[in-house]
Design a protein around this ligand. Sequence first.
Ligand code: ASP
Length: 352
Amino acid sequence: MKKTVLFIAISLLYFCCSERSKSTNKASTAVLEKPEFSIVIHGGAGTILRQNMTPAKEAEYRAKLEEAIRTGYQILKNGGTSLDAVTKTINVMENSPLFNAGKGAVFTHEETNEMDASIMNGKTLNAGASAGTQTVKNPINLARAIMEQSPHVMLSGKGAETFAAEHGLDIVDPKYFYTNRRFESLQKIKSSKKTALNHDEKKTAFYDADIKDSKFGTVGCAALDKDGNLAAGTSTGGMTNKRWGRIGDSPIIGSGTYANNATCAVSSTGWGEYFIRAQVAHDISAMMAYKGVSLEEAARVVIHDKMGKLGGTGGIVAVDKNGNMVFEFNTKGMYRASMNDKGNLVVEIYEK
Ligand code: ASP
């Protein structure tokens, strides 16, 4: 009798879990067995539509996302730390011209490339961030060096570059970041004169569809390692045509990046101003900590009911302390991938 009751209870639990998984098309759901490690990445969210993509371009994105996530997967599989997995995975995307980070960073109004990045260690709650650098080849490495080798959390501009050089990071000529594609996007935006910043906020850059979508392509990663330590990191060139030293959410701990072993690790991408105002990454962790809700629910509420309702667009990738992975976004697509300890690979681009 007891066995029958137990069997029915387990069946019901399983049925509920699988039904829940059918009811959402944007987030993966809770796994029944805790994986030893998990890794999830994004390469930016935005109006990414199938009809605007050629098969060749799509294959290029998929291949690079796979290369990036396999890099982190291998580190985790070999018992490496989530911090190393996050850093090295992001390096692959920073070194590719496909994404708006490192090599493929977008241009500012002044035709420079100014990069932002951040990283957080979920075990110690230590964090590092850099903003507005123009010569550091891999900004995520700088964020990590700031976290581990300075008494500070965030450094910016020339000071951050001096710190990078003093700590032996790769410094490149600013020309390294030049790509035709990004330069042409800037020229297109400038010539369309849509950036006219007057008192009508509908005409500002943030309300212009072309401009707000041209910034997407930020990269990020969240991972859980075999020791149960979470980490997250984010790297970006920010927003095309940005000026006045504009800094987005990506280097802001709590907005673009957050990790806490007690809850989850999150990396954001999207319309930075809204992610800062909604404190997206920390809010997801806080909902889990204070309300005891699942990562999936916290991510859904913060992205759709909070950040989305303010008028923002974008998404997050996250992993919780039990290795559950979530993608959540309110845009037409988000370059994204996940892998668990069994080596199951998911690579997606479009909304489902
Ligand atoms: N969040 C980044 C920023 O606003 C851009 C992006 O994720 O695409 O700087």
